[in-house]
Design a protein. Structure first.
Length: 381
């Protein structure tokens, strides 16, 4: 009864925040279970997963595998929970709420992996993002646990999400070129994973490469925001966003596209609140969200200032204080990043790209691109 009351309260709170009575049904609050560690800073782990799942309108269930703390020295301490406690959390969540998707994150012990596999195998959608390395490259999981994940979780996964460095460790082979990324993905598919998303390829200087691979499907992605996509917690948030979209019925490519848009605006380009100017950080992040939603139709600062109910001058003060750039520059940077992605990853004609990005003509787009990059988009190709 207490669990049901807590669920009803969560439903009511979600509906109040969204001001949408249609969402006030359990049918719309799809349960997603995340199995991972707890990060006391809130920037990754179960805390970040819950936030991401909730932002998408999912109902976040959690099973914590370990607790982390940081002392005054900044060194991280990890306290593992017993297999019995972890399994009890997972079993309770599955038997009570029947989650649509289970996300398997940071698991540190081989014995835990084996037991968990038997608990979650009945779930149709298992997303495995094991977090073998931290964003700083620290080894978080021992070799025995890595082998157990490969043997017990990977074969049951609808989607396996790994950094290239993690794939290298799991397969004991280099993954440093486009061809090697494809070969690694094929290995994981042969092991049973239906889809594989490899992140963090560094074959081209100044940008990161990702690969989505499934049977009969192969697509590369690139980004120039290397710092943003390597932030602490980005991988965990991305996997949780994908898991939630799968719960809502997206196929894997669509789920990744929708999750990418969210992470792009909410995490990668977003700024943290400054204690001295939390209002500026909040407005800046809202500004970025609006750009993501409207860059194809609006390139002018006044449009975004009006949507934020502030003046263009005040928006300029906000962006200058937050990142030292004008709002016009921020809009242009986002459009350029999208243009580069389309030029690099598609064969769309320049005219189609220009139209997609909201330009009145190919000539207007080419002039804009050349002003910012110093060369025409055709030269980039």
């Amino acid at each position: 009864m207490e669990e049901r009351n807590n669920l009803l309260f969560s439903e009511q709170l979600f509906c109040v925040l969204n001001k949408n009575p249609y969402l006030c049904t359990m049918k719309n609050l799809l349960p997603i279970l995340t199995i991972t560690g707890s990060d006391s800073t809130g920037s990754s782990g179960v805390q970040a997963d819950i936030k991401t799942i909730s932002d998408f309108g999912g109902y976040a269930l959690s099973a914590i595998t370990c607790l982390t703390t940081r002392g005054s020295s900044g060194r991280q301490k990890v306290f593992d929970l017993s297999d019995e406690i972890i399994v009890e959390q997972v079993r309770n969540a599955i038997e009570t709420f029947h989650p649509k998707v289970v996300k398997v994150g940071w698991i540190r012990n081989m014995s835990t992996v084996k037991i968990l596999r038997d608990e979650i195998i009945g779930c149709r959608n298992i997303v495995c993002s094991p977090g073998i390395y931290s964003s700083k490259g620290n080894h978080l999981v021992n070799d025995a646990t890595v082998s157990a994940i490969m043997s017990y979780i990977v074969p049951e996964s609808v989607l396996l999400i790994l950094r290239c460095s993690e794939a290298e460790l799991m397969l004991n082979r280099p993954v440093s070129s486009d061809e090697e990324m494809v070969e690694a993905a094929e290995c994981f598919v042969r092991r049973g994973a239906k889809w594989v998303l490899l992140r963090g390829g560094r074959q081209t200087e100044g940008r990161l490469t990702a690969l989505l691979y499934g049977e009969g499907f192969k697509q590369f992605f690139t980004t120039y925001n290397m710092e943003g996509w390597q932030r602490h917690g980005v991988g965990g948030a991305l996997s949780s966003a994908i898991a939630t979209r799968l719960a809502y019925g997206d196929d894997v490519p669509t789920a990744i596209r929708n999750a990418h848009e969210y992470i792009h605006s909410q995490v990668v380009y977003a700024v943290k609140e400054n204690i001295h100017s939390p209002r500026s950080a909040d407005l800046y992040n809202q500004f970025l969200n609006l750009i993501v939603d409207h860059y194809q139709e609006a390139h002018d600062v006044a449009f975004y200032a009006n949507r934020l109910a502030i003046t263009s001058r005040y928006l300029s003060q906000v962006t200058d204080k937050t990142i030292g750039k004008s709002p016009k520059h921020v809009i242009a940077e986002y459009i350029i990043s999208e243009a580069k992605s389309l030029l690099d990853n598609t064969r769309l004609p320049i005219q189609t790209i220009a139209s997609h990005l909201g330009f009145s003509s190919q000539a207007a787009f080419c002039k804009f691109f050349k002003n910012h990059e110093g060369h025409a988009p055709t030269r980039r190709r």
